[in-house]
Design a protein around this ligand. Structure first.
Ligand SMILES: CCCCC/C=C\C/C=C\CCCCCCCC(=O)SCCNC(=O)CCNC(=O)[C@H](O)C(C)(C)COP(=O)(O)OP(=O)(O)OC[C@H]1O[C@@H](n2cnc3c(N)ncnc32)[C@H](O)[C@@H]1OP(=O)(O)O
Ligand SMILES: CCCCCCCCCCCCCCCCCC(=O)OC[C@@H](O)COP(=O)(O)O
Length: 377
């Protein structure tokens, strides 16, 4: 292990990263709250400001992925389709097998200039998560309880709100609706059998309602569906903790652009279309495991220096302030202030652990997923 790599793996460095993320996040949340009076006066301006604020926070995660851990997402896609990326609204479908799939998604958004404005269909619990969840509220992410009867009204309304969004956006739906575990896969394959659908090896059976409604409500607003299939070389099972401690991973993503016009309008046909798409995705994953690559050429989209600059500016400012505060605490000689500071450090560390925990696939579930089984065999 080189010196740099050793430094990256040290707890102090990780604490600094987390401190920067947490404090800048709370400040950004505060600025987002300050935009509230603007919404009734100039909604489009409020949305644009929130996109910039969202970028300033989300891009720190991308900087940590790309510049700190040195993880670069390799894009497999047709160059003709690539010309559209970043220039049109799209619905994005992505498999849900990895703890850092959202980070790879953000990296992809950043390469095409849509990091601040991109949206996802997320479980309601994430909206309560400090910093990220609160930021997403202002970015008009769509939250669902995953119970259609309870979700329908709010889901449809949230999609309709996006029709006049002032920035280009991608809307991510992970149709499997939950992260892959062997147990969830087994149950969903029983459903597939009952429905007479072919078995999938690398995906949970997709839920089709959310996709169908999104296609219906966003027709005329989005131009295409991007079918994205993500996997990691050599059967890597990446974690957010790994990224923060500087581990380099090797994600590959295969993106196919499908014009929205070719997605059926009727619900039953649209469901069948989505099931067929997942059968194709399953085949891509199987071939990836056999050959170590996805079909199609690799397209180079360089990482942006702005994510790094934004992260360095925040970290330097906040570290400088922290040093000033710590100096004051030490020289004050007050035991109460010192204890309060130590307590705050523990609170930060605890808070961050809880947030990272949200990204982890539950230990109690069997996480030996088919997409990484070849590594174990
Ligand atoms: C690489 C590019 C990236 C670009 C990135 C762009 C933006 C990035 C921005 C942010 C990144 C952050 C990412 C955070 C991601 C957060 C992800 C999540 O939170 S995932 C969880 C939330 N999302 C979903 O749930 C979406 C999928 N679900 C749906 O769409 C559902 O349809 C629903 C809307 C939730 C409604 O579900 P419900 O179950 O109530 O109804 P359905 O009709 O869908 O389902 C009933 C139907 O399902 C059958 N069934 C039962 N059990 C299963 C099973 N185990 N598997 C599959 N199917 C099952 C059941 O029999 C019913 O069938 P039928 O209708 O025939 O009777
Ligand atoms: C990299 C930045 C480092 C900064 C310090 C660390 C702070 C932690 C930041 C956490 C960022 C959290 C983004 C949350 C996205 C998690 C998405 C996710 O994967 O949700 C799970 C759901 O899809 C399904 O849930 P399950 O049904 O599988 O249960």
């Amino acid at each position: 292990m080189g010196l740099v790599q050793w430094l990256k793996s040290q707890f102090l460095c990780q604490l600094i990263i987390c401190y920067g993320f947490l404090v800048s996040g709370l400040l950004i949340n505060l600025l987002q709250i300050c935009t509230l009076p603007l919404w009734p006066i100039n909604k489009q301006l409020a949305r644009k400001i929130n996109c910039k604020l969202g970028y300033s926070l989300t891009s720190q995660s991308v900087a940590i992925l790309e510049w700190w851990s040195g993880t670069e997402v390799t894009l497999y896609t047709d160059p003709e389709s690539c010309r559209h990326y970043g220039k049109e609204n799209a619905i994005v479908i992505l498999n849900h097998n990895f703890e850092i799939d959202f980070l790879c998604g953000w990296s992809f958004c950043d390469r095409f200039g849509l990091l601040g404005s991109s949206k996802c269909l997320a479980k309601k619990e994430l909206s309560y998560m400090p910093i990220i969840g609160w930021m997403w509220y202002f970015l008009e992410m769509v939250f669902i309880k995953r119970k259609w009867e309870e979700d329908e009204t709010c889901f449809v309304q949230s999609l309709q709100n996006l029709r006049d969004y002032p920035e280009k956006f991608w809307f991510l739906i992970q149709c499997e609706g939950t992260r892959f575990t062997a147990e969830k896969h087994r149950i969903s394959m029983e459903v597939a059998e009952k429905k007479g659908l072919p078995k999938l090896k690398h995906h949970i059976l997709p839920r089709t309602k959310g996709f169908w409604v999104a296609v219906q409500k966003l027709r005329g607003t989005v131009a295409a569906v991007y079918c994205c299939t993500l996997n990691f070389r050599n059967g890597e099972t990446p974690t957010l903790r790994g990224v923060i401690s500087g581990t380099t991973y090797h994600p590959d993503i295969y993106i196919r652009r499908i014009p929205l016009g070719s997605v059926p309008e009727d619900e039953t046909e649209c469901s069948a279309w989505l099931h067929k798409l997942y059968q194709e995705k399953d085949k891509f994953q199987e071939d990836y495991i056999q050959t170590g690559r996805f079909p199609g050429p690799i397209v180079t989209a360089p990482r942006s220096p702005w994510t790094l600059i934004n992260w360095l500016v925040w970290t330097s400012l906040l570290l400088y302030t922290l040093c000033l505060v710590l100096f004051q605490v030490v020289t004050s000689g007050s035991i109460l202030t010192t204890l309060a500071t130590v307590f705050l450090c523990f609170a930060v560390s605890f808070g961050v652990r809880r947030m990272i925990g949200e990204t982890e696939i539950r230990k109690s579930d069997d996480i030996i997923t088919p997409v990484c089984q070849h590594h174990i065999n």
